[in-house]
Design a protein around this ligand. Structure first.
Ligand code: SF4
Ligand code: SF4
Length: 280
């Protein structure tokens, strides 16, 4: 009989670059104390076939107390696997833009997947894929979504310790602007007219880009209830063309439902708008 009473953690990956899983591995100083509090039961990225406590398969047997899921759903097999993972997980948390908003690969949602497949692969007939890349929450209930591309290690540790303690993670939905104010960065939009998605972008990076004089391009995804009408109007005022407005919202979090009101963003099958004359 298993005498280990520590809660079990499983880490799963779907279509992604593995960067968010690497953020967990990057928690070097905190990982050892953490393993005293929980048992990492399934994490292929940090396992070898020999040291894994379970067969090194893409779908473990569980049950697990907490599952962290990285990546988006892009194949028919993904759909089956995420339902299996949900069934064997007491709590399920998505980590990163791929898992919470479809990721960069959701750009396919606005394009012709057949054309992509033919352009990228020498033998496209061997590639089986869905026409869309969708967030995990499209398919199964999710207990918490952690934003970022990649996620922030401090926020990740807060999520894990919160679930160990049986409370909600203390991560508010405020914007990058709050972080600019906190670190004393002058607003680059007000001072220099630089287009910046900070007002509608979720905090977590410490307002990295504005601190170096460039606008936020939204890698942490939407804040709760973003005022997109004002944001788009401000981006136009700061000189962004319609094409660039669409592009900046279509970068990392294109499938975010919060972004759907951006003009032209939700139009399925539409590729980029035609090039237009840049504002003078
Ligand atoms: S959210 Fe970004 S860093 Fe994380 S897996 Fe996806 S592409 Fe990689
Ligand atoms: S793009 Fe925005 S959210 Fe991403 S690191 Fe830069 S300031 Fe932070």
């Amino acid at each position: 009989m298993d005498s280990d009473v520590r809660p079990s953690l499983a880490v799963w990956t779907f279509a992604s670059c593995d960067g968010c899983q690497l953020t967990l591995l990057d928690c070097e100083d905190e990982l050892l104390p953490l393993t005293g509090r929980l048992r990492i039961a399934h994490f292929l990225e940090m396992s070898t076939a020999e040291d894994s406590q379970e067969p090194a398969t893409l779908a473990g047997t569980g049950p697990y107390d907490l599952s962290l899921v990285e990546g988006s759903v892009t194949t028919a097999e993904d759909v089956q696997r995420i339902h299996h993972i949900r069934r064997i997980s007491r709590r399920l948390v998505t980590i990163g833009a791929c898992a919470t908003a479809g990721g960069v690969q959701a750009l396919r949602n606005f394009a012709d997947v057949e054309a992509f497949r033919a352009a990228v692969y020498a033998s496209p007939e061997y590639i089986a894929t869905l026409d869309t890349s969708t967030p995990i929450s499209t398919h199964v209930p999710v207990d918490f979504e952690l934003r970022g591309c990649p996620i922030d290690r401090g926020q990740l540790l807060e999520v894990i310790t919160a679930f160990l303690a049986g409370r909600r993670p203390n991560i508010s939905g405020h914007s990058v602007c709050f972080e600019c104010k906190r670190r004393g960065t002058t607003c680059i939009t007000v001072a220099h007219g630089t287009p910046c998605l900070g007002p509608v972008t979720h905090a977590g990076c410490g307002a990295l880009c504005p601190a170096y004089g460039r606008g936020c391009y939204g890698c942490f995804g939407p804040v709760a209830q973003p005022n997109l009408e004002s944001m788009v109007s401000q981006l136009r005022h700061d000189g962004m063309s319609e094409r660039d407005v669409l592009r900046v919202f279509r970068t990392f979090n294109a499938a975010s439902p919060e972004y759907a009101p951006v003009p032209g963003l939700a139009a399925q099958g539409s590729t980029e708008p035609p090039a237009e004359e840049e504002p003078r």
